[in-house]
Design a protein around this ligand. Structure first.
Ligand code: GLN
Length: 203
């Protein structure tokens, strides 16, 4: 089971560490050949406009879209969530996400003045109490289609009730950064999703 971490831009290293701490093999992915050799992919936090541009430059847009359509498990955190959205709000018109999750995501949703915000989020499917969630110029999910499960909302503060964790089949996204807080539960959950998908395709 090899978990790739998209390495075009963003906090790739932190995700690779989190994957290793979950006893899985992590590998940076920058080129289409590297994508071919992974079973699942994490799209890190960072800056999604730049990530979109680099994805096109590195010839990764179509290969990633094809793997998503083919059922590869993908987890996106923050900018990674933006990249998995079908539709974006407050984005440049030429910003191209990979898509995959039937959701509309608002960039920098917590307010332009607030660079960073900490709150708590309970995630359905993940036991052990609420996450202490770090939001850094983070998006939130404005709306979801029928096939999308809302897994978590902000518990408290001015953004209470906003959707910040979702899953659509093999695709998972959070607006916060579990890779920065040392709480491995989201990564463990994703590694488990990837193992289950691997068993299905290998029969
Ligand atoms: N604001 C960033 C974007 O729009 C996301 C921030 C993050 O990933 N920490 O891409």
């Amino acid at each position: 089971m090899i978990i790739g971490v998209l390495a075009l831009q963003g906090d790739t290293r932190e995700h690779l560490h989190a994957v290793a701490d979950c006893d899985a093999i992590g590998r940076p992915v920058r080129r289409p050949e590297e994508l071919d050799s992974v079973d699942a992919l994490i799209i890190p936090g960072g800056e999604s406009t730049t990530m979109s541009k680099l994805a096109i430059e590195f010839g990764m847009l179509d290969p990633i879209r094809k793997r998503i359509a083919g059922g590869m498990p993908v987890y996106g955190s923050c900018a990674g969530m933006i990249m998995l959205a079908r539709e974006l709000l407050d984005a440049r018109a030429d910003q191209v996400p990979f898509g995959g999750i039937d959701m509309t995501v608002r960039r920098n949703a917590f307010g332009r003045q607030v660079d960073s915000f900490e709150g708590t989020v309970d995630i359905e499917d993940i036991d052990g109490g609420p996450f202490s969630a770090v939001f850094i110029r983070a998006p939130w999910v404005e709306s979801v289609g029928d096939g999308v499960r809302v897994l978590g909302r902000v518990n408290d503060g001015p953004a209470a009730g906003r959707i910040v964790a979702v899953r659509q089949q093999h695709l998972l996204a959070t607006a916060f950064h579990p890779e920065l807080t040392g709480d491995l539960r989201v990564h463990r959950y994703f590694v488990e999703m990837a193992r289950e998908a691997g068993q299905t395709t290998e029969g």
